[in-house]
Design a protein around this ligand. Structure first.
Ligand SMILES: *Cc1c(COP(=O)(O)O)cnc(C)c1O
Length: 220
């Protein structure tokens, strides 16, 4: 199966109002161009340097999403162009994004990452941290960013009811925060292995890599 075939197959499985982020981390530019030529415009990367070099060399109408865990000292490199930062998991990180956005005279769109999985290794805010940060956003502390919604990753398990329960809890946080931020419209949840469950639980944006580009050669 070609990348274009895979892309078409994934799109067929997605309702029209779900945004597809094609996760191209570790994949060469030729793979991205193949998806681009098949109509895909939104790509997700998890390493800043890799995203910057792809941005420099690939068509300018690509929307680049940073989906990975971010170090604050890397934010400046992507600030000129990043379209959406999915993994905002601390106030310090959001402050740095805000500062770099101002330097580049931009408003940078962000998602707050919530810890919903049982695995300790996964990143994200817990409920208290989420609510505390939301209050600061509400108070206007980060004028050069726009919080568009939430992002989360479910536990890596074959237990579908557990995965669904975790996605449902993220959706509940999303509904609660929408009472504070009426402009929130993005719930980023679902990857190759669990996007159908995520959509059933109310996802608006899925991040799909291996089902489009094939397995990655090394874990990231
Ligand atoms: C790699 C990655 C994905 C895509 O994973 P696949 O299983 O290849 O679809 C989605 N979200 C994040 C945060 C990732 O790091």
């Amino acid at each position: 199966m070609s990348i274009a075939d895979n892309l078409a197959r994934v799109k067929t499985a997605l309702p029209d109002d779900i945004t597809l982020v094609a996760v191209s981390k570790t994949k060469p530019q030729s793979d991205i161009l193949e998806a681009y030529n098949a109509g895909q415009r939104i790509f997700g990367e998890n390493k800043v340097q890799e995203m910057v070099s792809k941005w420099e060399q690939l068509p300018r109408d690509i929307e680049w999403h940073m989906i990975g865990h971010l170090q604050r000292n890397k934010v400046k490199y992507m600030a000129p162009f990043v379209a959406l930062v999915h993994g905002v998991d601390s106030e310090r990180l959001l402050l740095e994004i805000d500062k770099q956005a101002q330097k580049h005279d931009r408003i940078i769109s962000c998602l707050l990452q919530v810890h919903i999985a049982q695995e300790q290794t996964k990143f994200g805010l817990d409920t208290n941290e989420l609510m505390a940060l939301a209050q600061k956003v509400k108070a206007g502390s980060f004028p050069n960013t726009k919080i568009k919604g939430l992002m989360g990753m479910a536990t890596f398990t074959t237990n579908e009811s557990q995965v669904s329960t975790e996605f449902r809890s993220l959706k509940q946080h999303f509904e609660k925060l929408k009472e504070i931020f009426s402009a929130m419209d993005t719930l980023s949840m679902g990857m190759s292995g669990d996007y159908k469950l995520a959509i059933d639980e109310g996802s608006t944006m899925v991040r799909i890599g291996s089902s489009i580009f094939g397995a990655r050669n090394y874990p990231v």
